[in-house]
Design a protein around this ligand. Structure first.
Ligand code: IVH
Length: 678
C-alpha cells in the first residue's frame, strides 16, 4: 500500500481559511440574522472544503463546519415528497392477535417455500424521519407527514448526534434512503423538562413531544442543543452500490457498518418462527421500564426481503410487518376534586382526585400537581378533562388540560391560608414555590415523618404502612418515632386488621430497627437538607451518632460534600428542643445505630466514583453500590469528568455514551465483580 500523501501547506492554509469563512457565514446567518453569502456561494465554499478533507482526511478537524453545521435553515419545513411512501403499521394488542396476523399471511402466500423468520425490535416512541443521501452525502431529511409528503427538517436533523453526513462507501450510490426514529432518552427528557421549568418555559408532556418540538425549531442551533438521538429501523429507496442485503437483519448490520445508530443487539431478536417472536416481544415488554428510552410496543418484521416483496403492502401498511402495542401510559380522565395535602416537611401540595384511570398496570386516582403555580399554569379546575402520562419510573402527571371540553365556569382553586389538615398558619417563603404548614404537630406532618422513618431506605420497619400509621396517630396518640418504641402488643391488637400474630411481627420489626446502620438512621430522622447521600457522608465522616449529634457547624463543614446550608440545618435540627426530647427518648428505648465502618482507604475503589447504568444481572443496584462503598468508593447516579468507572449492563443508554465521550473507563458486570473480588 502506498503511504498517504501529507497535505501541502497551501491545502492546509486553504482549509483553515474555508473553515473560518464558513463559521463566519454560519454565525451571521444563524445568530446575527445578517447573511452575507447566498446559499449557492455558501455551498460552493463548503464543497471546496469537503473536497480538501476527502483528499486529506487529516485536515478534517472535529469542529469543521463540514461536520456539524452547514445545512441551512432557509428551506426548513418546505414540503418534501417521499420517493416511496412512508407507511404506517397494522397494530395488534395481544399474543393471540399476533398469531392470527401471522396465520393470515397464508391468505396472500401459501407457497410451500414460504417460511418467514421474524425480527423483533422496540417500537421507539419518537418522531419518524427519512434521511436521503445522494451520491453519498446527506441531502434531505424530512418528517413522515401524511406518508406521501413530509416537511424538510434537514438543517435540524443534520445537527442530531450520530447522524452521518456522508456515507463511507467506496462508491456511493446515487440514492440511499434510511428511515428511523428521532427520540430522547427518559433521563434526558426529565433533565430538560426540569431545566425548562426552572427557566419558566413550557414543559413537554412526554419524550416524544419533546423530540417533535426540538425538531420543529426554526433555529437549528437550538435543535443542536437538544439531546436528540436517532435509531435507524429501515430503508426507503436504497440503491446499494455493491451487492444488496437479502434480509432486514443483514441490512441492519450493513447500516451499522455505515455508522448509522441501529437498535442495540440486546434489544434486537432474529426469531425462527412466530412463537420465538412472541417470546421476544414478552421479554421486551418485561424490560420496558428499564430501557433508556420510551417504547410503546414492539415491531415485528418478516426478515427476508424476497418474502417481504411477495407479501407486499395494503394502501397504508405493509403485510410483512406489525406493531405489537403495549398498554398505553397516556390517557384521559376527569378531575373530580382538587385537594391540598400536607407532607412530612409541611409542604402544601395540590392533588387532583380523578375518575379512576387504568394506565400501564395501575389504576390512577390521585395525581400530584406539585405546587400552586402548576395549577395556575395549567389553569386546572374541578370538572376539567385532563391528559395523564405515566411513563416508566415517572410518577403520573397531568400533561394537558382540555379546556375546550370545559362546561360552565368552575371556580379557580382557592389556595388555603390555613393548613387544610390542622388549621395552622401557612408560611409562604418569598424565595420558594412552596408554602408550608407551620405546625410541627400537624397530624399530616406527623404521619409523613413516621412513614419516612419506617420506610425501606430508612429504618426499614416492614408492615408500618400508611393505614397503620394513620391508626396509630389517630387512636394511639403516636406523635413521633420515639413513641413507636413504647408500643405494646396489647395496644396493637386493639387496632383494625391487627391480630396477635401480626402485632408480634410488627414489634419484632420495630425491635430490629434499633440496630440499623447509622446512615439509615440519619436519613430516617428527616433532617432538612439531609437526604440519603448526605446521611451516608455524615455517617462515614463521624462514625457514631454521638459524634454527629455533637458536631459544630465548623466540624460539619469538614465533611467533603457538606456546605453551609446543610451544616446549619443539621446543627439547628439537633439543637431544637423538641428533637432533643425525641432523640433522647429513642436512645433511652434502646435505639443504637450501628457505627459506620470507616471507609476502607485501601479498598480497590478508594477515592473513586462509580456509576452503574443499564441492568445488572447478578445483583441489585443497591447491592452493587454498597460493594463500592465498602471498598472505599462512592456510587453516583450521573457521569461527569470526575467519574472513575462506569459499570454498564444491557440496556445502558445515555450514561454509557457520556462515559465514552468523556473517555471514562467502562466495565461490564463480570469485570466489576473481578475488580471487587466477588
Ligand atoms: S418499521 C412500514 N420499526 O412506528 C413501516 N417502525 O406505526 C415500517 N417506529 O412510522 C416501520 N420504531 O415511526 C419500524 N423499530 C421500528 C420502529 C418503528 C418506531 C414507528 C415508525 C413508524 C411507526 C409505525
Amino acid at each position: 500500500m502506498s503511504k498517504p500523501v501529507p497535505p501541502p501547506d497551501t491545502a492546509r492554509r486553504r482549509a483553515e481559511e474555508l473553515r473560518a469563512d464558513l463559521r463566519d457565514a454560519d454565525e451571521r446567518y444563524h445568530q446575527k440574522d445578517d447573511p452575507h453569502l447566498s446559499d449557492f456561494e455558501y455551498d460552493q465554499l463548503k464543497d471546496e472544503l469537503v473536497t480538501l478533507e476527502d483528499r486529506w482526511p487529516e485536515l478534517r478537524t472535529p469542529d469543521s463546519p463540514t461536520q456539524a453545521v452547514g445545512f441551512r435553515a432557509s428551506s426548513l419545513f418546505a414540503p418534501v415528497v417521499h420517493r416511496e411512501p412512508m407507511l404506517s403499521l397494522e397494530k395488534v394488542n395481544s399474543r393471540d392477535d399476533f398469531l392470527a396476523w401471522r396465520k393470515s399471511m397464508a391468505d396472500f402466500d401459501a407457497g410451500a417455500d414460504f417460511a418467514p423468520r421474524f425480527t423483533v425490535e422496540p417500537k421507539v416512541d419518537g418522531v419518524a424521519v427519512e434521511l436521503v443521501y445522494e451520491r453519498g452525502r446527506l441531502k434531505v431529511a424530512s418528517t413522515r407527514g401524511d406518508g406521501t409528503t413530509g416537511e424538510d427538517i434537514t438543517a435540524n436533523v443534520a445537527r442530531v448526534a450520530g447522524v452521518p453526513h456522508a456515507l463511507s462507501m467506496p462508491s456511493a450510490p446515487d440514492v440511499f434512503e434510511v428511515r428511523g426514529e428521532v427520540y430522547v432518552t427518559k433521563a434526558d427528557f426529565l433533565e430538560w423538562n426540569e431545566r425548562l421549568l426552572a427557566e419558566g418555559g413550557e414543559t413537554k408532556a412526554n419524550p416524544r413531544n419533546f423530540a417533535a418540538g426540538s425538531l420543529k425549531q426554526k433555529d437549528p442551533e437550538e435543535t443542536a442543543r437538544r439531546p436528540l438521538r436517532l435509531l435507524v429501523y429501515g430503508l426507503g429507496v436504497a440503491n446499494w452500490a455493491s451487492s444488496a442485503p437479502a434480509s432486514w437483519h443483514e441490512a441492519r448490520e450493513r447500516l451499522r457498518a455505515l455508522a448509522f445508530p441501529v437498535v442495540p443487539d440486546e434489544l434486537f431478536t432474529l426469531a425462527d418462527d412466530e412463537n420465538a417472536a412472541a417470546a421476544a416481544v414478552a421479554s421486551l415488554e418485561a424490560r420496558r421500564d428499564d430501557l433508556a428510552f420510551e417504547i410503546d410496543g414492539a415491531v415485528i418484521k418478516v426478515d427476508q426481503y424476497d418474502l417481504q416483496r411477495r407479501l407486499g403492502a395494503r394502501s397504508r401498511s405493509p403485510r410483512w410487518a406489525v406493531a405489537y402495542k403495549f398498554p398505553p401510559r397516556e390517557g384521559r380522565t376527569v378531575v373530580r376534586a382538587i385537594e391540598v395535602s400536607v407532607g412530612r416537611t409541611g409542604a402544601l401540595t395540590p392533588v387532583a382526585v380523578v375518575e379512576p384511570l387504568p394506565l400501564g398496570g395501575v389504576t390512577i386516582t390521585n395525581i400530584s400537581l406539585h405546587n400552586r403555580q402548576e395549577v395556575e399554569r395549567l389553569d386546572l379546575r374541578v370538572g376539567d378533562t385532563v391528559m395523564i402520562v405515566r411513563a416508566g419510573d415517572v410518577i403520573p402527571h397531568v400533561t394537558k388540560v382540555l379546556h375546550e371540553l370545559r362546561t360552565g365556569d368552575p371556580p379557580k382553586l382557592a389556595w388555603p391560608e390555613h393548613c387544610p389538615v390542622c388549621g395552622a398558619t401557612v408560611d409562604a417563603p418569598a424565595d420558594e414555590p412552596l408554602s408550608y404548614c407551620t405546625n410541627l404537630a400537624c397530624p399530616s406532618q406527623v404521619k409523613g415523618r413516621l412513614f419516612h422513618f419506617g420506610s425501606r431506605r430508612a429504618m426499614d420497619i416492614e408492615g408500618l404502612g400508611e393505614k397503620l400509621i394513620a391508626q396509630l396517630v389517630e387512636t394511639k396518640g403516636v406523635a413521633d418515632p420515639a413513641a413507636l418504641y413504647r408500643l405494646t402488643a396489647a395496644e396493637l391488637v386493639e387496632l383494625e386488621r391487627m391480630g396477635e400474630k401480626s402485632a408480634a411481627t410488627l414489634l419484632e420489626q420495630i425491635e430490629a430497627s434499633k440496630r440499623r446502620p447509622l446512615a439509615r438512621f440519619l436519613n430516617a430522622l428527616g433532617i432538612p437538607n439531609v437526604g440519603e447521600s448526605t446521611a451516608r457522608d455524615l455517617a462515614r465522616h463521624f462514625g457514631t451518632f454521638a459524634r454527629v449529634r455533637a458536631a459544630t457547624v465548623e466540624q460539619l463543614l469538614e465533611v467533603p460534600e457538606v456546605g453551609d446550608v446543610t451544616a446549619t440545618s443539621v446543627r439547628l435540627f439537633f439543637d431544637e428542643e423538641r428533637n432533643v426530647r425525641v432523640l433522647d427518648a429513642m436512645l433511652a428505648a434502646g435505639v443504637d445505630p450501628l457505627p459506620e465502618e470507616a471507609a476502607k482507604t485501601d479498598g480497590v475503589f478508594a477515592g473513586k466514583t462509580v456509576v452503574f447504568t443499564g441492568n445488572l444481572e447478578t445483583m441489585t443496584r443497591d447491592e452493587a453500590e454498597e460493594i463500592v462503598r465498602k471498598l472505599g468508593g462512592k456510587a453516583s447516579g450521573s457521569v461527569s469528568k470526575k467519574t472513575s468507572l462506569v459499570v454498564a449492563g444491557p440496556g445502558a443508554g445515555s450514561k454509557l455514551e457520556k462515559a465514552r465521550e468523556l473517555k471514562v473507563a467502562v466495565a461490564d458486570e463480570a469485570e466489576f465483580r473481578r475488580m471487587a473480588r466477588i
